[in-house]
Design a protein around this ligand. Structure first.
Ligand code: PGA
Length: 250
């Protein structure tokens, strides 16, 4: 059985008091068997959220990481620093970072740094609206997947993928369950073909305008192992509904 996940990406939202309230509500509910739950607050609140999560079983995630190990890189966080702060999971290649200029070469280094530090990584891939309309979806995501070529089987259990079509992120336009399944299945077979059998177990999450009222059908798809959630992760009741749906799906 592949591991199932719900990851909340808070993006640039939250203040100390709101964070405390949100975490308090999330951890007041017992964990669901077989489901991993993670939250990714802004870097400045990692320490606060780490302390709030102690003993809860909810995983602390970071939204981004530098491709450098240390040095004169103003404003950035190294993977070693994130690990030092109790982070267990890091997003890499989110489309909002790619849009700000991040390249596949940088994403490849970020993935490497995160894995070197013993953390897990969520590699985000997804096509823009123009690429989608030109029918280039699979070419684009397979190309983005190349950043993990050459990874050893010993890290296979610390990689997650998230298919996040750019046209679905924050737009309210969610991918159809059939489209998501089609892309997830292609990603899974590309992984197994290029890297080998252990990678067939890689959890592949869908992200982009996921909400409690559209998640059930997405989560029932054979190759959708969970969801990466932005807007709907900021409200505890909505986020908890998504966790319940993910735990019950399939
Ligand atoms: P959204 O964001 O759920 O607000 O569309 C998803 C993401 O960017 O991870």
């Amino acid at each position: 059985m592949r591991q199932r996940w719900v990851i909340g990406n808070w993006k640039m939202h939250g203040r100390r008091q709101q964070n405390a309230q949100l975490i308090h509500e999330i951890i007041s509910v017992p964990l669901w068997p077989g489901l991993c739950v993670a939250v990714a607050p802004p870097a400045i609140y990692l320490q606060q959220v780490h302390e709030l999560l102690i003993g809860s079983g909810v995983v602390l995630a970071a939204q981004m990481v530098s491709e450098y190990e240390q040095g004169a890189h103003t404003g950035q966080c190294a993977a070693g620093m994130l690990a030092d702060m109790g982070v267990q999971l890091v997003l890499a290649g989110h489309s909002e970072c790619r849009h700000a200029g991040q390249t596949d070469a940088q994403v490849a280094l970020q993935v490497k740094r995160v894995l070197e530090q013993g953390m897990s990584v969520v590699l985000c891939v997804g096509e823009t609206l123009e690429q989608h309309e030109r029918g280039e979806t699979l070419d684009v995501v397979r190309k983005q997947l190349e950043v993990i070529a050459g990874l050893g089987a010993e890290v296979a259990n610390r990689l997650l993928l998230a298919y996040e079509p750019v046209w679905a992120i924050g737009t309210g336009r969610v991918a159809s369950p059939g489209h998501a399944q089609w892309v997830h299945q292609a990603l899974r077979s590309t992984l197994a073909k290029s890297l080998g059998e252990p990678w067939a177990m890689t959890p592949i999450l869908y992200g982009g305008s996921v909400k409690a009222d559209n998640a059930a059908e997405l989560l029932s798809q054979l190759d959708v192992d969970g969801v990466l959630v932005g807007g709907a992760s900021l409200k505890a009741s909505e986020f908890l509904s998504l966790c319940r749906l993910a735990a019950q799906a399939r």
